[in-house]
Design a protein around this ligand. Structure first.
Ligand SMILES: [Zn+2]
Length: 144
């Protein structure tokens, strides 16, 4: 008789509208949340029920008394009912280790990042460029 309501996971947020049978879902499974929370962008969602999330943090450099931006990448669980796609901004929260590399789970989709595709394309282009430079370096040494 009782309709399967999403579980209360202890923090106030919008619950997913969909239902799911994912055991590792914080709303419909038996996974409990604790620890740190981050907001990041999904940069890869090709793996089944797993997403790669990236966010920027500021790292202080004493010598220059300035901050630099550093990127953090995390593998997180992507529950069926949330099903985040590339470019989605998501809230993630720490949980028990779900696999060798996963101990965070997506708890909310906050929208999609503007210009995500362009950003990733730029990054790809930069990677190709860096690779080319690396390939040409030894040649230059050999010439001398
Ligand atoms: Zn679910």
């Amino acid at each position: 008789m009782t309709k399967a309501e999403p579980r209360n996971i202890g923090i106030v947020l919008e619950k997913p509208k969909q239902n799911c049978n994912d055991m590792k879902c914080p709303f419909h499974g038996h996974l409990s949340m604790r620890g740190r929370q981050f907001t990041g962008t999904a940069i890869s969602t090709k793996m089944r029920k797993t997403a790669v999330i990236e966010f920027e943090r500021l790292h202080f450099i004493k010598k220059y008394e300035r901050y630099e931006k550093r990127r953090t990448k995390l593998k997180v669980h992507n529950p069926e009912c949330i099903n985040a796609k590339d470019g989605d901004i998501v809230r993630i929260m720490e949980c028990r280790p779900l696999s060798k590399t996963k101990n965070f789970v997506i708890i909310q989709k906050l929208g999609s990042e503007k210009g995500f595709k362009e950003k990733m394309e730029l990054r790809e282009a930069a990677k190709v460029l860096a690779k080319k430079e690396e390939e040409t370096k030894p040649e230059k040494k050999g010439e001398q």
